[in-house]
Design a protein around this ligand. Structure first.
Ligand SMILES: Cc1cc2nc3c(=O)[nH]c(=O)nc-3n(C[C@H](O)[C@H](O)[C@H](O)COP(=O)(O)O)c2cc1C
Length: 373
């Protein structure tokens, strides 16, 4: 943060403290997901399917671009696609992360559909990662398979306040077992974890100073409340966990050009350094290959695991920059002694208290349409 900004922040903080108005600090909070009611209707789409899609859209995605687009040409058929203006060509040129995110979306979709008595059969129709049509999905009626859909609602990324407490053997087993040989947990004290922590800081530094990547990020940060409520995607101060007075300040004084200043870039790297200074370990997910069906399946498995961690008071923070930047991305598998391709680097820790979800979501009507849409 540059000197002028720090001074302003101090003055703002001073004014609030001088007024002795603690509730003002609470009023400093920006818009969060629960402030925006989900749209309950999509013309030409069964309300049950709209509910299923609403739950699917709660899936995680890189920069929260929510890259999914859904068309429902017939009551029991959906086409799941993506649109170019929600791609991240400068950090995800092969759409690897986009396909993992679509896998998370498909997993949420399948869980919610089964809950409502709909079985899901999907077929990957994309031949290359840059095809826009990805999945052809058929639905058929079956007995409902009840699921606590609240787990989809309350899942979130948690970036701060990770505890440096070792994970129990039972928790590590619960996290890794579903992946078979494709998940390895590196406790914070291990050599692999130390390499990941150090190189994550370095990869963030490289990325923060790579202008096209930083410009791309700036297009997905919704600094103002107005922008957050208008777009309902991207990253907000609340979702980046810039809260309290600092949150109030950035929501009023930051814009896309601030993101390009070296003060902001340096502060982002400092925040990452702080994040990797205390945590439980790294959950590293690999896959046998990088094919489209494999990436979608890997995304599904990660989402399934992510839905089960809140009840264990475990936080997950994907830190992807090592996989996005050279030379780190070419070194990571060998450094960690892993075969296969590394798809997710998840900083994983216990929390003292679990925060509510805050990242915004677009209404279903903005990403789905019926036969005539
Ligand atoms: C493939 C993928 C990569 C991600 N990479 C990062 C990352 O490098 N750093 C980060 O802070 N969050 C990362 N995230 C988390 C997203 O930013 C997050 O899912 C999104 O903002 C929505 O927030 P939510 O998970 O709380 O719903 C990633 C998520 C996915 C699915």
């Amino acid at each position: 943060m540059d000197h002028g900004r720090r001074e302003t922040l101090k003055r703002v903080g001073g004014a609030v403290v001088a007024a002795g108005v603690a509730p003002l600090v609470t009023a400093c909070a920006g818009p969060v997901r629960s402030d925006t009611a989900p749209d309950a209707t999509v013309v030409g789409v069964d309300p049950v399917l709209v509910d299923v899609l609403n739950h699917a859209g709660l899936a995680p995605s890189g920069h929260n671009t929510q890259p999914w687009v859904v068309r429902v040409p017939e009551p029991n058929r959906l086409l799941i696609s993506t649109v170019r203006d929600r791609w991240l060509p400068h950090v995800d040129p092969e759409n690897r992360e986009l396909l993992l995110s679509l896998g998370c979306f498909l997993e949420n979709f399948t869980i919610a559909a089964q809950h409502h008595g709909l079985e899901v059969d999907h077929r990957v129709v994309a031949a290359t990662p840059t095809d826009t049509e990805i999945l052809d999905v058929m639905l058929r009626r079956v007995d409902p398979r009840p699921y606590a859909l609240e787990k989809l609602v309350s899942r979130r990324t948690v970036r701060n306040h990770h505890l440096a407490r070792a994970l129990t053997r039972a928790d590590i087993q619960a996290l890794t077992a579903p992946f078979g040989e494709h998940a390895v947990f590196f406790p914070a004290a291990s050599e692999g974890a130390r390499w990941l922590a150090e190189q994550t800081v370095e990869a963030n530094r490289v990325q923060a100073y790579r202008d096209p990547a930083q410009e791309e990020l700036s297009r997905w940060i919704r600094w103002s409340d107005e922008d957050a409520l208008k777009h309902r995607n991207g990253l907000t101060p609340e979702s980046m966990e810039i809260t309290g007075l600092a949150g109030w300040y950035v929501r009023h004084f930051m814009d896309a050009s601030s993101t390009m200043k070296s003060s902001f870039r340096d502060r982002s790297v400092d925040a990452v350094r702080k994040q990797v200074s205390a945590y439980g370990g790294w959950l590293v997910i690999t896959s046998p290959d990088g094919s489209i069906p494999t990436l979608i399946e890997t995304g599904r498995q990660v989402e399934r695991m992510w839905l089960g961690i809140r009840e264990r008071m475990i936080a997950i923070h994907p830190m992807t920059q090592i996989l996005e930047e050279a030379p780190f991305r070419d070194q990571v598998a060998q450094q960690l002694g892993l075969s296969g391709r590394v798809q997710f680097l998840l900083r994983t820790s216990y929390l003292e208290s679990y925060p509510d979800p805050v990242s915004m979501r677009m209404p279903v009507s903005r990403f789905a349409s019926g036969a005539n849409g």
